[in-house]
Structure formats: structure tokens, C-alpha cells
Design a protein around this ligand. Structure first.
Ligand code: C5P
Ligand code: MG
Length: 198
């Protein structure tokens, strides 16, 4: 299995790159942000719990997010592995993911790929996406800045945890989408031999 943590601040291109990576390596994408939005749209109990945090650009409490992720990982799939997009976002989520991947998939995180983009470009990108995404948290510059603030306060330390395990790789997230994908592919292809999986 290949299990990738796709890491980076909001607007760094995680979702966009995940689309290319799932096709290239036959992976299943789990985007916790997308799962929350699906639940909000369908007015589920989980959606109700998450909405107030997301609308302010804050992180949803770890337990809620982790339980949601476990449910998703348990679903049967014939993919060759997973891309975790937007998760983990805290140290606690990072530890939980390690356990979940071990217990439910009998595997481990292969690599944490971090997309590096400077803050002002993030704000620009998110405001632009807000013109069409219909996302409440993309439409207001204060909320966007709060999301970036949450990233530095709670999420950036996740990088340190993967660095310590020698699993952390940074890729420049500014440029042509396909050029960035190629750089990500190259990092993944450096991992353990494919054994006919992809
Ligand atoms: O990943 P994405 O940017 O789509 O996430 C949107 C929002 O969902 C975040 O700003 C946050 O409020 C919430 N979220 C979270 N914890 C995660 C992933 C997303 O609280 N692990
Ligand atoms: Mg996303």
C-alpha cells in the first residue's frame, strides 16, 4: 500500500493535486473538508456539529474529525492506498492516523508531501475560488486569514512529526498544476518498489 498525507495550508492545492495522484497511482482520496461539506449539505448530525467551526475558519474538535475519518477508512476499497487530504491537522490527529492506518489497514503512512505556497498567494487563490466554490469559508478575507492562522497555530507542527520519522518532503506549490504533479509523482516513485501495484 501507498498511504500519502497531502499537506499544506488552505489553498495550497491539496485537492487539485489529489485528483491527479489518485488517477496516477490508483489511490482513494479522503478529504475531511469534503466530508464535512457533504454532511453540512445533507444536514446530518455531524454536519450540524461541524458547521459552526468551519464557518469561522476554525478547526472542528479532534474527536469529531477522527471518528469521521475512521468510518471512511473502514469502507471497502480496491484502491492501492489512500491520500489523506486535509488530515491530519493537529498533533493528536497525526497520532490517531498512525494508529488507524496500522489497525484498520495493517499498513503505515508512506510519505507526507507538503505543498509550499506563501500566505498572500493563498489568500488570493482562496478569494478567487470563493467566486465559484460557494464555500462560506472562501468568501470572506477575515475567515480566510483565520484559517491560515489556525494552520500556523495548530497544523504546522504536524510537519515536525513527519520530519522526525524521515517521511516529510516539501514541494513548491506555485506553478503549473501538471508540473507540480510531476514533482509529486517523482517523490512517490522514489518510495519502496511498486511490486506491480501501479
Ligand atoms: O481541508 P479543507 O480546507 O477543505 O477544510 C475546510 C474546513 O474544514 C477547515 O477550515 C476546518 O474548519 C475544517 N476541517 C477541520 N479539520 C480537518 C479538516 C477540515 O476542522 N482535519
Ligand atoms: Mg481541499
Amino acid at each position: 500500500m501507498i498511504n500519502i498525507v497531502l499537506f499544506g495550508p488552505p489553498g495550497s492545492g491539496k485537492g487539485t493535486q489529489a485528483q491527479n495522484l489518485i488517477t496516477k497511482f490508483n489511490l482513494k482520496q479522503i478529504s475531511t473538508g469534503d466530508l464535512f461539506r457533504f454532511n453540512i449539505k445533507n444536514d446530518t448530525e455531524l454536519g450540524k456539529q461541524a458547521k459552526s467551526y468551519i464557518d469561522k475558519g476554525e478547526l472542528v474538535p479532534d474527536k469529531v474529525t477522527i471518528d469521521m475519518l475512521i468510518d471512511e477508512v473502514k469502507k471497502p476499497t480496491d484502491a492501492a492506498g489512500f491520500i489523506f487530504d486535509g488530515f491530519p491537522r493537529t498533533a493528536e490527529q497525526t497520532e490517531a492516523l498512525e494508529t488507524i492506518v496500522k489497525e484498520h489497514l495493517n499498513s503505515e503512512i508512506s510519505i507526507c508531501l507538503a505543498l509550499i505556497v506563501e500566505d498572500e498567494i493563498l489568500v488570493e487563490r482562496l478569494l478567487k475560488r470563493g467566486e465559484t466554490s460557494g464555500r462560506t469559508d472562501d468568501s470572506n478575507v477575515e475567515i480566510i486569514r483565520n484559517r491560515i492562522k489556525e494552520y500556523y497555530a495548530k497544523t504546522a507542527e504536524v510537519a515536525e512529526l513527519y520530519k522526525r520519522q524521515g517521511k516529510y518532503v516539501e514541494v513548491n506549490g506555485v506553478g503549473e498544476i501538471n508540473e507540480i504533479s510531476e514533482k509529486l509523482y517523482a517523490e512517490i516513485e522514489k518510495l519502496a518498489p511498486p511490486k506491480g501495484k501501479y
